[in-house]
Design a binder for this molecule. Structure first.
Ligand SMILES: Cc1cc2nc3c(=O)[nH]c(=O)nc-3n(C[C@H](O)[C@H](O)[C@H](O)COP(=O)(O)O)c2cc1C
Length: 210
């Protein structure tokens, strides 16, 4: 079995989506062949489309943008619609990660991927919404990273099991392994640091440009 791991983050490096795709590749090693594909532009490359054609299942990893699917990724999906008759039926899985603590925020964007799959004549086989994704690139390589992202790892293992069995699952949601109030404090400290780095004061956090 060959699986496409589609990284739908527009970031060139250090995205939560990319980290999750690499994690799945590591966990699925020796059980199947994985092809990593970047969709960080408004059109997939011809090479990517050729690899997608060879894969039995696609896992689309993407960040939640304004409660939806990022526009460059929608544009790539639209591009694939234009050549949908050149694909066999694929099994589609989706992993959305968001900045808020609650993975449930991703629910409607998973619906978008599910509708698109049906429109393509593909089988949507399940989606996962992950909260606290913005922290993943910050903590992943730290000593505490494994513990903080353990719910993510569990979710990826469950999904890989279903992908390999060629089965579906009901959409489900998980969050980073930190209490919401600590996550919020850490995120606000991060915003404060970004403000200072960009020549503003921490107290400017609520500033509304006129
Ligand atoms: C333009 C933009 C819109 C966003 N909209 C949301 C949103 O509606 N809800 C949310 O929880 N996070 C939102 N985020 C945060 C991202 O989903 C979050 O940082 C995510 O972890 C980025 O994933 P990536 O590293 O895979 O790109 C937004 C980020 C950006 C840049």
């Amino acid at each position: 079995m060959k699986i496409a791991l589609i990284n739908g983050s527009p970031k060139h490096k250090n995205s939560a989506s990319g980290i999750l795709a690499s994690l799945v590749k590591r966990l699925a090693k020796e059980k199947c062949e994985c092809a990593e594909i970047k969709m960080n532009q408004t059109e997939p490359t011809a090479e990517s489309v050729a690899v997608l054609r060879e894969c039995d299942a696609w896992i689309i990893f993407y960040p939640l943008y304004v409660d939806g699917v990022p526009s460059h990724l929608l544009s790539c999906l639209k591009f694939l619609e234009n050549c949908k008759e050149t694909f066999d039926i694929k099994r589609i899985y989706a992993v959305s990660n968001c900045g808020f603590h609650d993975g449930q925020q991703c629910e409607w964007s998973l619906e978008v991927i599910s509708h698109w799959s049906r429109h393509m004549g593909f089988d949507f086989c399940g989606g996962i919404g992950l909260g606290g994704g913005g922290a993943v690139p910050e903590v992943y390589a730290t000593p505490a990273g494994e513990a903080i992202t353990s719910n993510y790892t569990k979710a990826m293992k469950k999904m890989i099991g279903k992908v390999l069995e060629q089965k579906s699952f009901e959409n489900f949601y998980a969050s980073i392994n930190l209490p919401r109030f600590i996550f919020k404090l850490a995120a606000e400290r991060g915003w404060g640091r970004s403000l200072v780095k960009n020549g503003k004061k921490r107290s400017d956090i609520g500033h509304i440009p006129q």
